[in-house]
Design a protein around this ligand. Structure first.
Ligand code: FAD
Length: 373
């Protein structure tokens, strides 16, 4: 059997695995990235593209801090990828708004933002609730039903497909080994000594990172870890291109670099069902048209559904195995937003051999699950 040894094995070539593998290469580790392929459920190819901070971490200020840190690291990631590959990953961070279509929504949102600011304590959390007249000047073409919005300066968006492409391209160009069509099903774990077997080939390393999205649920127990993630379906609609009209993204409508309008994205508990449904698509389109009536004049060119990688409490799971030191897992439903943190903060921790205590609250131990032996 062919046997190859590396400093690190990363399982899963979506946004999470690719960002970590890229970061490990940057730390000088020889790294192999094993990816099942297009047959898997790939959130990284079907998401909404927000680099979003403002609603993350109510009741969990450590998640707010991690998300802010990621948004803060994004420009360095985008610049590094742009410099190395020539790919503009489309990062724009002009701030962002969550639109409210009723007084009730506005009141709920204001209460939420105020609590988030209180929870942030001395790390600060800048936001404003903006009433409709001022908002109309910021976002021309706003519908009459919009009563206001919450705004923070931290939000933005990017082109997630270009990000994924650039991470892979630079990972390979810098000597990383990418193995597609490589579904990991068998492995052997011992402290700082891991092997996985794919197609009659053995890959060995003292570190392994499980970043296989929904595949992590089944893989983690083999490596002394737990990843109780479930699928949550989201649907997205995309229009033809329009002149540049939206100066900043909103949670449900954003204008891409190319000019098309993306509308999203539902949150449906339907298991592994990837079908699209006209009723949900209609709800998404209706809200977009209530927000910006001119969007109703644009043709929808594409629509899709994809599955989020969702933990029971909606927060990421980062963990290291107590039984098999050197085994790590990373799972999240905001892999675009968190790409900056995964590439530039998490990967160095993994390279150094241990997660920083700041990530302790993200352990799977917070759930009633036990890492299998
Ligand atoms: C509709 C929708 C909208 C979203 N919007 C946003 C957004 O605006 N902003 C944001 O930050 N995030 C957003 N997300 C979330 C984001 O897309 C995900 O957090 C991210 O893509 C997860 O990446 P991942 O690499 O963990 O998973 P995936 O993209 O699912 O990739 C997992 C990879 O692992 C591979 N794999 C699985 N099992 C195995 C195995 N056994 N062996 C080898 N390889 C394996 C698969 O082939 C796949 O390539 C959205 C998601 C959805 C569905």
């Amino acid at each position: 059997m062919q046997s190859d040894s590396f400093d690190a094995i990363v399982v899963g070539g979506g946004l999470v695995g690719a960002a970590i593998a890229w970061g490990l290469r940057r730390q000088g580790l020889s790294t192999v990235l094993l990816d099942e392929g297009d047959v898997a459920y790939r959130a990284s190819r079907g998401n909404f593209g927000l680099v979003w901070v403002q609603s993350k971490g109510l009741g969990a200020p450590w998640y707010q801090r991690w998300t802010r840190a990621s948004a803060g690291n994004w420009p360095e990631l985008a610049a590094a990828l742009g410099g190395a590959t020539g790919t503009d990953v489309g990062l724009r961070q002009p701030g962002g708004v969550h639109l409210c279509l009723s007084d009730r929504e506005m009141a709920d949102r204001a209460a939420r933002m105020s609590r988030m600011q209180a929870e942030a304590g001395n790390t600060g959390y800048e936001y404003r609730m903006i009433e409709a007249p001022e908002l109309r000047e910021m976002l021309p073409g706003l519908g009459p039903r919009v009563v206001g919005a919450s705004w923070t300066p931290y939000d933005g968006h990017a082109n997630p497909l270009r990000l994924l492409h650039a991470l892979h391209a630079d990972f390979a160009a810098s000597g990383g080994v990418y193995a597609p069509n490589a579904k990991v099903e068998e492995g052997h774990a011992a402290p700082h000594d891991f092997s996985v077997f794919v197609g009659g080939r053995r890959f060995g390393a003292p570190r392994i990172v499980l970043a296989a999205g929904l595949g992590n649920a089944g893989l983690a127990p083999r490596f002394g870890l737990a990843a109780p993630v479930r699928p949550q379906r989201g649907q997205v609609l995309v229009t033809e291109r329009a002149a540049e009209l939206l100066s900043m993204p909103t949670t449900t409508v954003r204008q891409t670099q190319e000019g098309s309008l993306m509308m999203g994205d539902s949150m449906e508990e339907v298991g592994f069902d990837l079908r699209q449904s006209p009723d949900v698509m209609r709800q998404i389109a209706d809200r977009a048209v209530l927000s910006f009536p001119w969007v109703g004049r644009l043709n929808i060119l594409r629509a899709w559904s994809a599955l989020r990688v969702m933990a029971p409490d909606g927060l990421p799971i980062y963990d290291q195995s107590a039984r098999f030191p050197g085994a790590f897992t990373a799972n999240c439903h905001s892999g675009v937003t968190l790409a900056g943190a995964h590439a530039l903060l998490l990967a160095p921790m993994i390279a150094a051999g241990a997660l920083d205590p700041m990530l302790d609250p993200f352990t799977a131990g917070r759930f009633d699950v036990r890492a299998a032996s």
